[in-house]
Design a protein around this ligand. Structure first.
Ligand code: MGD
Ligand code: MGD
Ligand code: SF4
Ligand code: MO
Length: 759
């Protein structure tokens, strides 16, 4: 496992070469790293998947999951045709019948209960496929429901709310300029396993190694000595949920010691005095004991950070899905800004994506939250959605607008959302449910219809969403490796077929509808682009050509983007065709300073002290004032060969030692009579699970760690490999009640649990 590069050899699967072999270069779509892979095929057989040495971004690096691209393509359990649930189980039906039945079933519920009676849930893999990203936008519009949900409230919301509040929109935040940084302070992220998140950085292990090799320093702050922490210059245990306090203490030191220096941001920030007042109450000596980090260490880290030639503070799941996720995310950016490291080489920098998608998430500028509220819980709308914890209550609670039907796209909320048993009961009670998914899994087993997309190597691919977070500006098109298998339909077609029917446009042909969709996207992209006012929409639509499909939209986004040909206004600029000519992808260069044009705030400044964030300070103060809870605190972890709740059905990734263990400090285990390997019962307000204990000094005393995404149990799953080693479902014990106030996101890490010997 040492060296991601050598993993390429591990996963290689060689057979003798033959004349008919060919190699297709493309990107791996299994995580956010977008590594280039070389797929060697013979007929429809995949002979080998390895790193693409000529990909300018990933330079040959891959991780062991890359083999999953082959196994997923070939998995006999992966669905190829639509399934209808009948009394005798799931049965294959024709596509025409499937689309019609799906649209009719949804329309029926909508007619009886209004548009909000149909809910939509979009899962994580949808952002790894441009056709699904764009297609589900069309579907969402056709459904017209306010009951729209995604994995966002289990993941990015605190960061997106903070970034929107400070810079004007969710995709406008900075990413670490890891390749040039001299000091990397990392809280609550484990990129050596996750491969980076909201930081698209293929080969992150190499990048961090290079940072240290050039004299830079990597400091990791995490309640677990993670795989990344183990390779850092320093690791500090921190008590879960105390990151905001820790970061405010560092900021306190900057003010106290006269170290505040805005650098490039001078003159374009607002609210510095408010920040000074806000952190005045957080001297290191006050928070040290609660964080578990000595005051002298906090002071030293603040000085080191401000003295470094360039420095960046980065956090991910551990600073998001915790009790004070938005405040912690705020603290990270403030630390960069107040030390002159925002928009500075080696600091936190802004990406300039070739195919910008800002308009897709920014219905207003600056983005506002809470424009409407959920019916039952009164939860605020965030980026056009409600937190997925509201889904169960909206299904359970009768009355006008009650959710009676659901569409899921590429998601498994019955395993990935907290209090999953409650959500599963709710889904089982629905009148109608449609899932666009590859598998019959814990969620889709409740669907009346499952509509699978084409295989992962049967589609073209562009990392539309992830390139908004890449640590270099890049553009790469991946051609399909194979023609789609006969009898399959792609995600785009299914989305549009459903949308067209739901919009009552049955008389419109698919091609006409595709034109309409193109025009809508092109209009929004044009209004958003630097060519606004210079080009008219007809010209843009005409430039995109006549071939239906999501690639026309991609072409428009590239042409109107910062490097685009402007549909002729900027000859020599990017078009999709030009991107396609570069087999290994195009490097558009290192991140460059982008202030102030990056900003979409009303003031045109970086808002250092947004009202929504300031308003959460009393909650933090109150919590710090209470004595810490006596129970153990549960945090989660990820596994290198897994991806959230899926990929467990792929034999090459499922093998190896048991991964679903409760990591526990010997001190905590001893006092409960738990030996290594013993079966523990983990209990919370919402449920209990049984799981083997793994004793380790790598977790902080008082903290226990479980992986997320397991629990492939119960009836009716079409996962023959995964069900052999089901593991335990952490979300059976994750409480769905606690939230991070400013974002409404779930608190998944740092939840209280009781652990005892299973009798
Ligand atoms: N306790 C706890 N809960 C968590 C987390 C945690 O750390 N701890 N992490 C959270 C995070 S960060 C996330 S992102 C979520 C993920 O939550 P979800 O998005 O709900 O779950 P996934 O496991 O990513 O779901 C993947 C589903 O998509 C299907 N799929 C894969 N590729 C495709 C495709 O191309 N098209 C279609 N149509 N379907 C496809 C798979 O078959 C599978 O059913 O989980 C969250 N939940
Ligand atoms: N192999 C693999 N790769 C993945 C995934 C996967 O499931 N498997 N999932 C993908 C997805 S959807 C995402 S969003 C990313 C997530 O990417 P990361 O956030 O990098 O991954 P996590 O493992 O969730 O890391 C969170 C870290 O936060 C720590 N932590 C927990 N609570 C706290 C706290 O209160 N404070 C601090 N400072 N730290 C805390 C945990 O111990 C853990 O080390 O990974 C992606 N990549
Ligand atoms: S790091 Fe991510 S993108 Fe790269 S090979 Fe592994 S799973 Fe694929
Ligand atoms: Mo995620």
């Amino acid at each position: 496992m040492d060296g991601i590069h050598s993993a390429a050899k591990l996963v290689a699967w060689e057979v003798p070469a033959s004349m008919s072999r060919r190699t297709v270069h493309r990107s791996c779509t299994l995580c956010e790293a977008t590594c280039g892979i070389a797929v060697e095929v013979e007929g429809r057989e995949i002979r080998r998947v390895s790193g693409d040495d000529l990909d300018p971004f990933s330079r040959g690096e891959i991780c062991p999951k890359a083999v999953g691209m082959r196994e997923l393509q070939q998995d006999p359990d992966r669905l190829r045709r639509p399934l209808l649930r009948t009394a005798a189980g799931f049965q294959e039906i024709s596509w025409e019948e499937a689309w019609s039945r799906a649209a009719e079933g949804l329309a029926r519920v909508r007619e009886a209960g209004g548009p909000d009676a149909v809910a939509l849930y979009r899962g994580n893999p949808g952002i790894h496929d441009h056709a699904t990203t764009l297609g589900t936008q069309v579907l969402a519009r056709a459904l017209g429901t306010r009951n729209s949900f995604s994995a966002g409230a289990l993941d990015t919301w605190p960061r997106f709310v903070q970034v929107s509040s400070m810079y004007g929109g969710p995709l406008r935040g900075p990413v670490p300029d890891v390749d040039h940084s001299d000091y990397f302070l990392m809280l609550g992220a484990n990129p050596l396993v996750s491969q980076g998140s909201l930081m698209t950085a293929p080969g992150i292990r190499r990048r961090l190694r290079e940072l240290r090799a050039r004299g830079g320093k990597l400091v990791v702050v995490d309640p677990r000595r993670s795989e990344t922490a183990a390779r850092a210059d320093e690791h500090h245990f921190i008590a879960p949920g105390t990151d905001a306090a820790f970061l405010f203490a560092m900021l306190h030191v900057l003010f106290e010691e006269g170290r505040v220096d805005l650098g490039r941001c001078a003159g374009i920030v607002r609210g510095l005095e408010e920040v000074e007042r806000a952190v005045a109450g957080f001297p290191p000596e006050r928070v040290a004991a609660r964080c578990g980090i000595p005051a002298a260490t906090i002071r030293r880290l603040a000085r080191e950070f401000s003295d470094a030639r360039s420095a960046v503070a980065y956090g991910r799941m551990g600073t998001c899905v915790q009790r004070f996720g938005t405040l912690a995310s705020w603290g990270l950016d403030l630390l960069c800004i107040l030390t002159g490291n925002l928009d500075r080489r080696g600091g936190a920098m802004f990406v300039n994506p070739a195919a910008p998608l800002h308009f897709a998430l920014e219905s207003e500028r600056p983005v506002r939250f809470g424009r409407w509220r959920s019916r039952v819980g009164g939860r605020e709308e965030v980026l056009g959605e409600f937190a997925v914890m509201a889904l169960a209550e909206e299904i359970e609670t009768p009355g006008e607008g009650q959710v009676r039907a659901l569409v899921t796209v590429a998601g498994n909320p019955v395993r990935t959302a907290p209090n999953s048993a409650r959500l599963e009961r709710a889904l089982a009670s629905l009148e109608f449910m449609v899932s666009l998914d590859y598998y019959v899994n814990e969620t889709t087993r409740h669907a009346h219809l499952i509509l699978p997309p084409t295989g992962p190597l049967e589609r073209g691919h562009y990392d539309l969403a992830l390139y908004h977070f890449s640590v270099r500006n890049v553009a790469k098109w991946s051609p399909p490796v194979f023609e789609p298998e006969p009898g399959t339909r792609d995600a785009w077609q299914t989305s549009l077929e459903l949308a067209r029917r739901l919009m009552g446009l049955g008389a419109t042909t698919h091609a006409q509808f595709d034109d309409l969709v193109l025009r809508t996207f092109a209009g929004r992209a044009l209004a958003d682009s630097r060519f606004h006012g210079e080009l008219d929409l007809d010209r843009v639509v005409e430039a995109a050509g006549k071939e239906p499909g999501p690639e026309r939209i991609l072409d428009v986004l590239l042409r109107l983007g910062p490097y685009g040909d402007g549909c002729g206004r900027n000859p020599g600029g990017l078009t999709l065709a030009r991107v396609q000519q570069s087999e290994h992808g195009i490097d558009l260069g290192a991140l460059e300073p982008r202030l102030p044009e990056q900003l979409a705030t009303a003031s045109g400044c970086v808002e250092l002290a947004p009202e929504r964030l300031l308003a959460d300070l009393p909650r933090l103060e109150g919590w710090l004032g209470e004595p810490p809870a006596p129970s153990l605190q549960l945090i989660n972890r990820r596994d290198l060969r897994s991806m959230n709740s899926w990929l467990h059905n792929l034999p090459g990734l499922a093998k190896g030692r048991e991964r679903c263990t409760l990591q526990m400090h010997p001190q905590d285990a001893g006092s409960r009579g738990l030996a290594d390997g013993a079966l523990a019962r983990v209990r919370s307000r919402v449920g209990e699970i049984r799981v083997p204990v793994e004793l380790t000094l790598d977790v902080m005393p008082g903290v226990v760690s479980l992986p997320h995404g397991f629990g492939h149990d119960g009836d009716g799953l079409g996962l023959r490999v995964a069900t052999q080693r089901p593991g335990s479902n952490v979300n059976a014990v994750s409480d769905d009640a606690p939230t991070d106030a400013p974002s409404g996101a779930s608190v998944l890490f740092g939840l209280p649990v009781e652990v005892e010997r299973a009798g």
